[in-house]
Design a protein around this ligand. Structure first.
Ligand code: NAD
Length: 423
């Protein structure tokens, strides 16, 4: 693996490069360049056939200067320590940038959840909660959802943690189902937050979003809501893809809901050319569309390109082919260090991940706050508070980029570092 492709090395390099602009205490820099604590746990469980298997789980508590460690839980066969360290590091900067009283953490279990039965997954999750219980807590470390670990897993973690400590503790996790203490608006929050961030920058640049064209790579939770909200702003969504392929309709994909339903029904986005209630290839020609690969989506002639799938989507190889003037990073770590330099040379405005996708953790904080104070907020109130958070963070980043003559990514680090430095 070359150095720029290792997210943990990249995160540390980004920190080193931006810290140069500030005269920071070397102790703070050393603290942020290393996680506070790396926790590894063994998870023996009984399988449905009566055998016993031992899985490996962990939790990285990167930094808690601003509040309890906060971050997702990843269930994936290739859970890699460096990747999770980087993700926990970015959480520290994301929570500081969006100005919520949390630090940064991340966790996971090395597992392919599709290969376990529901019962086995439940036993595994309960074992993980039991092993972590002594080192997490609503004011210590608050796990949230991430890849393959959604609301059901969050609810199981809460239930088992509550059993261990002897009292129901909804605030131990976020991302729970709404009827189990979850917050209104959490599902939409990351996509909606990204649209607020982009809208703020367009306003500051005096650019009208109406008619601007957008291509989105990744049509899951984040990509689908983002596309919907950008369309509501008057932008033209022209391309969408998931991991298997995508569609490109230069005059615009009008009925996003129909495309979503088609993807759900057929299991893939490719071929979802929708006219009325019919979504199939027969409509491709009349819509003037064509199929695209997930990779090609990033290099189409559009105004805004959105990586909303995985890390390392924009690399040294494809950065030079990017034609958009704005990259809205909704995935975590989608641009390698080398690619970042190429985009800067081309004058592409990159709205960095830990600003663009911070809406998710902002609403996680609202969920935690509601749980801690026994409150229930309406969706409109959640969206209003989210808007304030995203706009304020985007404006601070814009101001810092002007003041220090740096990229938005460096500016986002500077804003977050200044907040961490006063703790
Ligand atoms: P998801 O699993 O719901 O969707 C991911 C989408 O990406 C799917 O459509 C999948 O088919 C597609 N995909 C996977 N590999 C691909 C590839 N090689 N090319 C093109 N598409 C591919 O996940 P999500 O919750 O939407 O998260 C997307 C990204 O946003 C991740 O990087 C995640 O870490 C980040 N993120 C998510 C949240 C959140 O609240 N969900 C918050 C912050 C950051």
């Amino acid at each position: 693996m070359i150095m720029s492709d290792n997210p943990w090395q990249r995160a540390r390099t980004q920190l080193k490069n931006t810290a140069k602009h500030l005269s920071l205490d070397p102790l703070l820099l050393a603290r942020l360049s290393n996680p506070d604590r790396v926790i590894e746990v063994s998870l023996p469980i009984k399988m449905d056939d009566g055998s016993v298997r031992v899985f490996e789980g962990f939790r990285i508590q990167h930094n808690n200067l601003r509040g309890p460690y906060k971050g997702g839980t990843r269930y994936h066969p290739k859970v890699d320590m460096d990747e999770v360290k980087a993700l926990s590091f970015w959480m520290t900067f994301k929570t500081a940038l969006i100005d919520i009283p949390f630090g940064g953490g991340k966790g996971g279990i090395t597992i392919d959840p599709k290969k376990l039965s529901a019962g086995e997954l439940e036993r595994l999750t309960r074992e993980y909660a039991r092993k972590l219980a002594p080192v997490i807590g609503p004011t210590v470390d608050v796990p949230g959802p991430d890849l393959n670990a959604g609301g059901v897993i969050m609810e199981l973690l809460r239930d088992e943690y509550s059993r261990v400590v002897g009292t129901d503790t909804p605030s131990i996790t976020t991302g729970k189902p709404i009827d189990r203490g979850g917050s209104e608006g959490r599902t939409e929050s990351t996509g909606l937050g990204g649209s607020y961030a982009l809208e703020t920058f367009l306003r500051l640049m005096q650019r009208n979003p109406r008619g601007m064209t957008v291509a989105v790579q990744g049509f899951g939770n984040v990509g689908s809501y983002l596309a919907r909200y950008l369309q509501e702003m008057g932008m033209r969504i022209v391309a969408l893809s998931d991991s298997k392929g995508g569609i490109y309709i230069p005059k615009g994909i009008t009925d996003l809901k129909a495309v979503e339903e088609c993807k759900e029904k057929s299991g893939k986005l490719a071929g979802c050319y929708c006219v009325g209630s019919v979504c199939d290839l027969s409509n491709m020609e009349s819509l003037g569309g064509r199929d695209v690969s997930p990779e090609e989506v990033l290099t189409l002639p559009v105004d805004v390109v959105v990586p909303a799938a995985l890390e390392n989507a924009i690399t040294e190889e494809n950065a030079k082919d990017i034609k958009a003037s704005i990259v809205l990073e909704m995935a975590n770590g989608p641009t390698t260090l080398e690619a970042d330099k190429i985009l800067a040379r081309k004058g592409v405005l990159v709205i960095p991940d830990f600003l663009a996708n911070a809406g998710g953790v902002a609403v996680s904080y609202f969920e935690w706050y509601q749980n801690m104070h026994g409150e229930t907020w309406k969706k409109d109130a959640v969206f209003e508070k989210l808007k304030e958070k995203m706009e304020s963070a985007a404006r601070s980043v814009h101001e810092a980029s002007k003041e220090y003559s740096v990229s938005l990514r460096d500016a986002a680090y500077i804003v977050a570092l200044k907040r961490l430095a006063v703790m």
